[in-house]
Design a protein around this ligand. Structure first.
Ligand code: 5GP
Length: 177
C-alpha cells in the first residue's frame, strides 16, 4: 500500500539533528586536526543534507567530491547488490579521505565504495562518517569511524533519506508506522 506524509511519525527532530551533527563535526575536527586538508566524499543522493550540514562545522581545509550509488532502488529493503553507480573520482594520492553517507545498513554499499577508493584512488587514508548506523542489519564487516545515531530496524525517511525518491527535503527524520 502506498504511504504518504500524514502517516510519518517524527523520530528525530530538526534541532536534535543539528546539535548532534555539530557534535560529530567536533569529534572529526579533534581526530584530524585543523591543518591538513580533508577530502569529503558525498554518497549521493541520501547523504546530501548530512554532508552539507557536517561540512559547515569542519575546521580543516575541505575538498568536496561526489559519487552516486544505490542498493535499494524503490524498495524498503536492500536488493543485496549495487544497482547503479557513478564513481568519477580524481586521483587522491596522499590525501585524507572521509566518505560521508546517510545510513549504513547491510554495509554492502560502503564496503564496495571504500574498497573501490582504496584500490583505485591511492588515498593515504580512508575513513567513514555516517548519520545513522543500523547495526542490527549488518552483513559486511564494516564499522563507521564516526556515527551520529544508532537506529533499529525501521525504514526511516527525511533529511536526505527517501521513500520512493520523495521526502529527502524534510528537515527531520521520520518513520512509517
Ligand atoms: P546497505 O548497502 O548498507 O545495505 O544500504 C545502504 C543504503 O540503503 C543507504 O545509502 C540508503 O540509500 C539505503 N537505506 C538503508 N536503510 C534505509 C532506511 O531506513 N531508509 C532509507 N530511506 N534508505 C535506507
Amino acid at each position: 500500500m502506498e504511504k504518504n506524509i500524514q502517516d510519518l511519525k517524527v523520530l528525530i527532530d530538526s534541532k536534535k539533528l543539528s546539535e548532534r551533527i555539530k557534535e560529530l563535526a567536533q569529534e572529526i575536527n579533534k581526530s584530524y586536526g585543523t591543518e591538513r586538508p580533508l577530502t569529503l566524499v558525498c554518497v549521493l543522493r541520501g547523504a546530501v543534507m548530512f554532508y552539507t550540514e557536517l561540512a559547515k562545522h569542519l575546521k580543516m581545509p575541505i575538498k568536496m567530491e561526489f559519487v552516486s550509488l544505490s542498493s535499494y532502488g524503490n524498495s524498503e529493503k536492500s536488493s543485496g547488490k549495487i544497482k547503479s553507480f557513478n564513481l568519477h573520482l580524481p586521483n587522491l594520492k596522499g590525501e585524507n579521505v572521509l566518505v560521508v553517507e546517510d545510513i549504513i545498513d547491510t554495509g554492502l554499499t560502503l564496503d564496495f565504495l571504500i574498497k573501490f577508493i582504496e584500490m583505485n584512488c591511492c588515498a593515504d587514508d580512508v575513513k567513514l562518517a555516517v548519520l545513522f548506523d543500523k547495526k542490527c542489519a549488518r552483513k559486511y564487516d564494516i564499522t563507521p569511524d564516526f556515527s551520529a545515531f544508532d537506529v533499529d530496524d525501521k525504514f526511516i525517511v527525511g533529511f536526505g533519506l527517501d521513500y520512493c525518491e520523495l521526502y529527502r527535503n524534510l528537515d527531520y527524520i521520520g518513520y512509517f508506522e
